[in-house]
Design a protein around this ligand. Sequence first.
Ligand code: ZN
Length: 373
Amino acid sequence: MPGGYKHGDTPKRAMVRGTISYLESQGLPVNKSAIFRHFELSRSQGYAALSIPASKRNDPEWEETRGRPSKISEADQLKMENILWDERYENVNLNWTGLAKEAGLTTECNARTLHRTMGTLGYRRCLGCPRSWVHKKTREKRVEYAERMLEMNQQPGAWRFVRFSGELHFGFGLDGKMRLVPRVGEKYCETCREQEPNPAQSWGRDIRRVHCWAAVGYGFKSELVFYDESTSANNPGILSMADYCDKILDKPVKSWLAVGGPESFLLEEDIEAFAHGGASKVNQAQQWKAAHGLRSYFNCLDSPDLSPLDTQWPPHKQWTLPEPLKDWDPDTLRQAVRDAWASVDQERVNMWVDFMPQRLRQVIDSEGRMMPW
Ligand SMILES: [Zn+2]
């Protein structure tokens, strides 16, 4: 129907909904009161327009604007999530089908859908407390990695040469707050989910996102590289290999090489980002590294506990800003991110780096379990 007008609805109400759904779909801030005023509706009329009658709840046009619901019901997701926090399952070699079966899923789903819905099978790390869960396979890989790293960086102080790098994705809420978008396995455990006030619900959703690349090490903090101009909440901020080469390797990394030479540091890169060339042998990034004599290695998959870029933040990876942001202008957002980066305490990072050998030994001793925050 033209203009989204529905029988029994007034065009104004439909327009209010249309406006809000458009803003939401573009990741733009939604000021409901201003929109109601624009359409000359009172507050209660405005809110009435937003609460859609039960008879229309299945209207696809309406549903679409609220984000497509997952094929897997919330109850089923919760059952699976609970298994992924249950230590009894840490020694079970779960795969997606096995997880669905253990959870007694009521609908049949393929591994792809399960993966997309649940994020990862590899680990869980609670954003609210030290609890974690690590899959058997992930634990084996982590032990292997820790042994290899201890072997590689045996000299005392060797870790002081490492620059830990990767992408950071910041989210901004309507309430003017800022958070670091958690890694796929970073969620809230059952205990934290049941707490009042509920930390899992304290973050609504991102209305804007800012993506940057950063590196940190002993006595070292890089400038942030904002490699993506879009601040839309729908943008996942994936760093392309071309951007990685042009905006990162060829800019800051090249300048570090020029200052101290290839022996002055060792770059740890995030294996998760395909952009860095972890998944293929011959690619643009590898060629750049070889041509410039860059010494580098990849971090361990599913191991946020082994990176300062995932451990040096406030609780819940959220900030209480001195003043909530009032505008979502890209420059304002980037400045808030720069301020957060500036507040990362170098002394704490230094201590964290010097603790690396002990941390890796702990990974080995605990059979690959995650180190608490
Ligand atoms: Zn917890």
